[in-house]
Design a protein around this ligand. Structure first.
Ligand code: PEP
Ligand code: CO
Length: 456
């Protein structure tokens, strides 16, 4: 227990388990409390996945974004799969993120802070606790941290053992990411190798190659001027931070540790944790939990959010008004972003709260296609982004970041793009376990568009 108190709520002192006294939405109906306790006890004995100092570095980097000196690229899977920890899948996702970051940094001239929805994004909120098919009703799939996707009673039963499996999958993923980002793969001199094979022949691939060639030339120029590029660490290594929605609070509680240096609590399951649109109620368990850990945190804001709610979330989640601590992620929908977001931006600015404002142009633009597939149109995604940039300009707000769902695989889950995915293509490579993701080409398209928006 710490002496920290929870502003706005009774005198409850914050602790990693104080969330348990509050309503916790979207928690699995675990049916074996003893097995859950055992899994959590074991998890709490295992080493942290990330370190407090790394989380502080990310807060500092986001503090720069807050001040208009950087841009947050927050991207990755909607739901990571336990079957997706193969080296190739992780490498290809990283390639797309690195490519997008290059396009943004080179195209817009701002530092890009890279945060993956990766190494822990195994749990999903659901609109309904149950799913029916042909008269059979089973618990909904809640992500591999909780149950399995097969429509069978045994697969859908929440299994606390999956909390431990999540840890191992996150650890394996993170280990490879650390090797890739610090061990040479992310070296800017390898920039051409990040172009995925299937992308290289496309117009986006060619456009990327052009940027890569210009960067090559700039590097050769610097070397010719006598600058020792070998000694410039920032050219050879990349900081890629991890994040996921802090949804299953037992998992997060078990990985929360007190930092030996500062005495503060950190959720060591990832560098950044965010609160989803469905669990951001002020008096709820998720807000309580994240209010007490010192990681940088995020919170989604959908079209029903009000300025007063946003300000109250700022007070609750960032009472010390530390720049970089809080990222608010707007996900309003292409048609509503202008009207819905402007009053919120104004309200938070008037209250004097430092916030990184990011745009998730995906989650409010999802619809079910006539074929039955859940999908998104790239045109809507771009339209919401343009609306976001416009509202930011009108309110004098720095458009701080982009939050998207993507994969390095050549999937056909979202419609449109320069190499168009058509209605008829949807079924050919629709592989997501949850929401439709942008493929590598669509992600590159988007990065070029955002770089242009940032420049203007
Ligand atoms: C998500 O980011 O995958 C998600 C469920 O988003 P939201 O909470 O905004 O609906
Ligand atoms: Co999603």
């Amino acid at each position: 227990m710490t002496t920290q108190t929870t502003p706005g709520l009774s005198e409850t002192p914050w602790s990693p388990r104080s969330w348990r006294d509050l309503p916790a939405d979207q928690q699995p109906p675990w049916d074996d409390p003893a097995a859950l306790d055992e899994a959590m006890a074991e998890l709490s004995r295992w080493p942290p996945l990330v370190f407090a100092g790394e989380a502080r570095d990310l807060t500092a980097a986001l503090g720069d974004v807050c001040a208009g000196r950087g841009f947050l690229l927050h991207a990755g899977d909607c739901a990571e799969s336990f079957d997706g920890v193969g080296a190739d899948a992780i490498r290809d996702k990283l390639k797309v993120i690195l490519q997008m970051a290059v396009v943004l940094t080179y195209g817009a001239g701002v530092k890009t802070v890279k945060v993956g929805r990766i190494a822990g994004q195994y749990a999903k909120p659901r609109s309904s606790p149950a799913e029916s098919r042909d008269g059979v009703e089973l618990p909904s799939f809640r992500g591999h941290m909780v149950n399995d996707i097969a429509f069978e009673a045994a697969a859908r039963r929440p299994d606390p053992g999956r909390l431990l499996e999540s840890y191992h999958h996150a650890a394996a993923t993170l280990n490879l990411l650390r090797a890739f980002t610090k061990g040479g793969f992310a070296d800017l001199r390898r920039i051409h190798a990040w172009n995925l094979e299937f992308a290289a022949a496309s117009s986006e691939g060619a456009r990327y190659e052009q940027v890569a060639a210009e960067i090559d030339r700039a590097l050769r120029f610097m070397a010719a001027c006598g600058i020792d590029l070998d000694r410039e660490k920032s050219l050879h290594e990349v900081d890629l931070y991890t994040s996921h929605e802090a949804l299953i609070l037992g998992y997060e509680e078990s990985l929360t540790r007190r930092d030996s240096l500062t005495g503060d609590w950190y959720d060591c399951s990832a560098h950044l944790l965010w609160i989803g649109e469905r669990t951001r109620r002020l008096d709820g368990a998720h807000v309580e939990f994240l209010s007490g850990v010192r990681n940088p945190i995020g919170c989604k804001l959908g079209p029903a959010a009000t300025a007063a709610e946003a300000v109250a979330l700022c007070e609750r989640l960032n009472p010390d008004r530390e720049p970089g601590r809080l990222t608010l992620i707007s996900r309003m929908g292409a048609g509503r972003v202008r009207d819905a977001l402007a009053p919120i931006l104004r309200g938070v600015a008037e209250a004097g709260h430092p916030v990184v404002w990011a745009c998730d142009p995906m989650h409010a633009n999802t619809f079910t296609h006539a074929s039955g597939y859940k999908t998104r149109r790239l045109d809507d995604v771009m339209a919401e982004l343009r609306g976001f940039f416009e509202v930011c300009r009108d309110t004098g707000t720095w458009p701080g970041g982009l939050h998207i769902e993507l994969t390095g695989d050549d999937v056909t889950e979202c419609l449109g793009g320069s190499e168009e995915v058509t209605d008829a293509d949807l079924e050919s490579r629709y592989e997501t376990m949850c929401d439709p993701r942008l493929n590598a080409l669509q992600s590159l398209d988007l990065a070029f568009e955002v770089a242009e928006l940032l420049r203007s």
